[in-house]
Design a protein around this ligand. Structure first.
Ligand code: NAD
Length: 524
């Protein structure tokens, strides 16, 4: 059975797909702006091992030579040697490398965004937004380079002072996911660099070209500022290469972004060697819409968060918990809005929903829709594949809205595709309970004009991000980003997250000329 709606008017599919040469040209331009030569990078199939593919057409652009255990070990050793120099550079001077990186990113924003579009299938506006996040974190990190402060505390002993100081940690390993091919790297790297660390990055095997471009700009910035060349290195390969970072005791902190499955494997292995990890894992985000909500605003917030980026954001809205008094009206309006969404190549004018990353993503979406129907769900629109004839190797889908009878097992899973499950509530606290009734805890939102409800939501939603009158996605640099429960507990890109990249020491300074012991203990 195909649970997807067969209504041909579910959404508008743009049939215009770019020719393979146009995709190649975007890549050539993007890489060249970053100082990387396309032709020498993408060798013939025989010499490269890692295929590079665009989800827009499904075409393979070439093959990259992958790293090996030996080359990984050498790169970590080089990052370690660079750390010994870099840690000695004053933090505000380290900030200048990040500042320069930010300026280069600003200069080449459009071209780097082009690489993100080709590899992740994001619209130019969303891809540019991703690069803008990189620029923003560089600005934040530059300021932070003068703010790596510790506290001074009163000592219980006369003539003593207690203080905390923060020191560079070592080599930071970064593992990142395909859907934010460059931003997540910069959240980690800009802060790690000003903190005095060096970075070895294993990007997703599905978005390596964007990674090579972004990191080439950083290497250029480092070179121009006279910083060690190996302060930031990229590893090319799949999860097997990532596992080498996980198990290497020279990696002081492993920051891993990806699925809960990945985090479940990585977290215990890093802990086993007493390394530090920072986990940014899957989300299963909900929005509550109360009867007092401004429905026009809620509608826009819901549609962007649920269907934007083809449902492939960790913060994508996956569960809509709507008051029964307005459920019918809001659901009808969402379905009507979905019909106006233009689906197709993100390179085409006006397209809002690009492709899924690959066939596995498409299959998972179909399986989840089947499970939802088997569990009593009703597909109100979408779910079907479009443009299959024009691009048999690419996977475009109509975003789906599914009315659920309540909480069922499929609703507790993150399916990385545009499926919005709609459930109803009558009592506000029961609505928040539904919001919290999943294993993940990344982002949530409430749409309400009732101040008490908004405050109750902030106090009781158990997610790392809890918004009022905006959707679940689209976080800003400055606020710490991350989630609770199976989302992993990590925080990046704002407030005190810099502390994850440093080693803390508590220092007691005695200027009394005596040696009183703490807690009044007497000895000699
Ligand atoms: P994924 O888990 O398949 O892969 C992520 C990265 O981990 C890749 O680089 C992969 O090579 C590597 N990897 C996988 N298994 C590994 C292992 N055992 N050891 C070492 N490395 C391993 O995720 P994906 O499909 O690329 O991305 C989608 C997922 O990422 C979704 O679940 C999404 O919610 C999540 N995500 C979370 C955040 C966040 O900040 N919380 C941000 C973006 C994406």
């Amino acid at each position: 059975m195909n649970p997807a709606s067969t209504d041909p008017q579910t959404a508008t599919a743009q049939t215009q797909l770019p020719r393979p040469e146009e995709i190649q040209e975007l890549v050539r331009t993007g890489l060249s702006a970053c100082g990387v030569d396309f032709d020498s990078l993408l060798s013939a199939e025989s010499s490269g091992t890692l295929p590079v593919r665009s989800p827009i057409t499904g075409q393979t652009l070439g093959h990259l030579p992958g790293d090996t255990p030996d080359s990984v070990s050498r790169k970590i050793a080089a990052a370690q040697a660079a750390f010994e120099q870099w840690r000695e550079v004053p933090a505000p001077v380290r900030g200048r490398v990040v500042q320069r990186w930010g300026r280069l990113l600003t200069e080449h924003k459009e071209e780097l965004a082009g690489l993100v579009t080709v590899e992740a299938g994001k619209t130019p506006s969303e891809a540019a937004g991703e690069v803008q996040e990189m620029i923003d974190i560089c600005e934040l990190a530059l300021g932070q380079s003068r703010q790596l402060y510790g506290k001074t505390l009163p000592s219980e002993r006369p003539g003593h002072r207690l203080m905390e100081t923060w020191h560079p940690l070592g080599v930071v390993g970064v593992i990142s996911a395909f859907n934010f091919p460059v931003a997540v790297y910069s959240w980690n790297t800009a802060l790690a660099l000003v903190c005095g660390d060096t970075v070895v990055w294993k990007p997703s095997e599905l978005s390596t070209l964007s990674a090579i471009g972004a990191s080439a700009l950083l290497r250029r910035a480092a070179e121009e500022q006279g910083a060690p060349a190996d302060l930031a290195t990229v590893l090319v390969g799949d999860r097997g290469i990532g596992e080498l970072l996980v198990d290497d005791p020279r990696i002081a902190l492993l920051s891993a972004t990806g699925s809960v499955r990945m985090g479940r494997e990585v977290g215990p292995r890093v802990a086993q060697r007493f390394g530090r990890s920072l986990l940014e894992l899957g989300g299963n985000n909900a929005a509550i819409v109360a009867p007092s909500a401004d429905l026009d605003l809620a509608l826009r917030g819901v549609v962007f968060a649920a269907a934007g980026t083809a449902g492939q954001r960790c913060t994508t809205l996956r569960r809509l918990i709507v008051h029964s008094d307005i459920a019918e009206e809001l659901t009808e309006r969402i379905v009507a809005a979905y019909r106006t969404l233009s689906i197709g190549s993100p390179t085409a004018e006006g397209v809002l929903v690009g492709p899924l990353i690959n066939e596995a993503g498409f299959r998972k979406m179909q399986e989840s829709l089947e499970a939802a129907v088997a569990q009593g769900g009703e597909v109100l629109c979408g779910g079907g594949r479009v443009l299959a004839e024009a691009a048999p190797e690419a996977y475009y889908v109509e975003p789906a809205v599914v009315r659920m009878p309540g909480q069922t097992p499929i609703v507790e899973e993150e399916t990385f595709a545009p499926i919005l499950y709609v459930m109803e509530y009558t009592d506000f606290d029961a609505g928040v309970e539904l919001n919290n009734a999943v294993p993940q805890g990344l982002s949530s939102a409430v749409f309400t004009s009732d101040l008490a409800e908004a405050e109750r939501f902030i106090a009781t939603s158990d997610t790392g991000i809890a918004n009022v009158n905006i959707g679940t996605s689209g976080a800003e640099i400055g606020g710490a980003f991350g989630g609770n429960k199976e989302t992993g507990g990590g925080r990046e890109s704002g407030t005190d997250s810099w502390q994850a990249y440093m080693r803390q020491a508590t220092n007691t300074i005695n200027y009394s000329g005596e040696l009183p012991l703490a807690q009044g203990v007497e000895f000699i």
